[in-house]
Design a protein around this ligand. Structure first.
Ligand SMILES: Nc1ncnc2c1ncn2[C@@H]1O[C@H](COP(=O)(O)OP(=O)(O)OP(=O)(O)O)[C@@H](O)[C@H]1O
Length: 351
């Protein structure tokens, strides 16, 4: 985290969808503060609400969705109250931009990639024609596209998947946004290219002073790029902390489960941990801790009352009754304890 200046404050956000006359609560009172220049990863399994949560910052909820309550404060404005496209035009791209998983859905197949970057510059920055073109070539170069002048004139189908994702990132950067949301930006790519794209985003973050939100279901992917991690479960952020706090001292049993299921953390002889059961039905009201039915350590109160956030450190908090001083002491799974021991030893070696 580079400083304490807040760029976005989300407070108690509730988002509902209407589906064939029934109501689904996708986001259940989630709060988050985003600081200038940081990179924050939002992790959680499919359906936990990562996309809905972040799409609401750009007015991109599907037509059957609505913000029921809560606020999203950006530059003294409450985006949760924005209703019209005229309102959102001022935010989308210009202030908050998004890079989606599949580059083909964001690119126009009928326009050269250079033109698409240039149009983004013309729309969002005060530059036109040759000047905009010059900057477009520069940005293509910045995102690691070699021979940018030649490639400017090519069409998306002439690029590989990884190169297309670089173009999509170039278009987002060309809007000169404050916040860049990357929704599973590397899922569709193979492992080596994934690492290159993450490194590229890291470099661009510095150069363009971006605040980045990474959305992913794979904690392993963001281990090296995120300053902070927010863990999402059933439409709420259940743990939030600096990356090393969430990795090496996780407190919520769901975070334990998520971390233990990473193949790279598997311990020889110990069966790979998998999260049993299914996420809760979001059509129904959730009582207590949403993870309780799947939590082998659940207490009676977990089924009755939603846990508040308990502060672990000034930068780390988790919504679990296990952190209540009256709770019995429960040790995290062996793989988590081992990982922590390894980190402590590594720290001692470095001292
Ligand atoms: N238009 C919609 N209508 C009804 N329900 C929706 C709609 N969009 C999203 N949802 C529901 O909202 C919940 C959160 O979805 P969301 O896409 O944010 O999850 P996610 O964590 O991003 O998952 P994934 O990793 O699969 O993208 C899910 O239960 C999903 O089915």
């Amino acid at each position: 985290m580079t400083n304490n200046e807040k760029v976005l404050s989300v407070d108690n956000l509730v988002i509902k969808f209407n589906l064939r006359g029934q109501e689904l609560t996708a986001i259940r009172g989630a709060s988050l503060e985003l600081y200038k220049g940081e990179s924050l990863a939002i992790v959680g399994e499919s359906g936990s609400g990562k996309s809905v949560f972040t799409k609401s910052f750009m007015g991109l909820l599907d037509a059957n969705g609505r913000i029921e309550s809560g606020s999203i404060i950006y530059k003294d404005n409450d985006l949760a109250k924005y209703k019209t496209e005229d309102d959102w035009i001022k935010i989308r791209g210009k202030e908050i931009a998004m890079v989606f998983q599949d580059p083909m859905t964001s690119l126009n197949p009928l326009k050269t990639v250079g033109k698409q970057v240039q149009e983004s510059i013309e729309l969002h920055q005060n530059l036109q024609g040759e000047e905009a073109k010059k900057l477009a070539v520069e940005i293509l170069n910045d995102v690691g596209i070699s021979e940018p002048e030649r490639r400017y004139k090519q069409y998306p189908h002439e690029f590989s998947g990884g190169m297309r994702q670089r173009v999509v990132i170039a278009i987002a950067v060309a809007c000169n946004p404050n916040i860049l949301i990357c929704d599973e930006p590397t899922t569709a790519l193979d492992v080596t290219i994934q690492a290159q794209i993450l490194q590229l985003l890291k470099n661009l973050q510095k150069k363009y002073q971006l605040t980045i939100i990474y959305i992913t279901h794979d904690l392993g992917v963001v281990a090296n790029v995120a300053d902070r991690i927010a863990v999402m479960y059933a439409g709420d952020i259940i743990e939030l902390g600096l990356s090393e706090e969430v990795f090496f001292d996780p407190k919520h049993p769901y975070t334990w489960a998520l971390l233990s299921s990473l193949p790279q953390l598997g311990i020889k002889g110990e069966e790979l941990y998998s999260i049993k059961g299914t996420p809760p039905n979001l059509f129904k009201e959730i009582k207590g801790d949403a993870f309780a039915p799947r939590n082998p350590h659940a207490l009676k109160i977990d089924f009755e009352k939603r846990p508040p956030y308990f502060e672990v450190t000034p930068t780390h908090k988790a919504r679990t009754w296990l952190l209540d001083p009256r709770a019995p002491k429960v040790e995290p799974p062996l793989s988590i304890q081992k990982m922590r021991e390894m980190e402590v030893k590594r720290g001692e070696r470095l001292e």
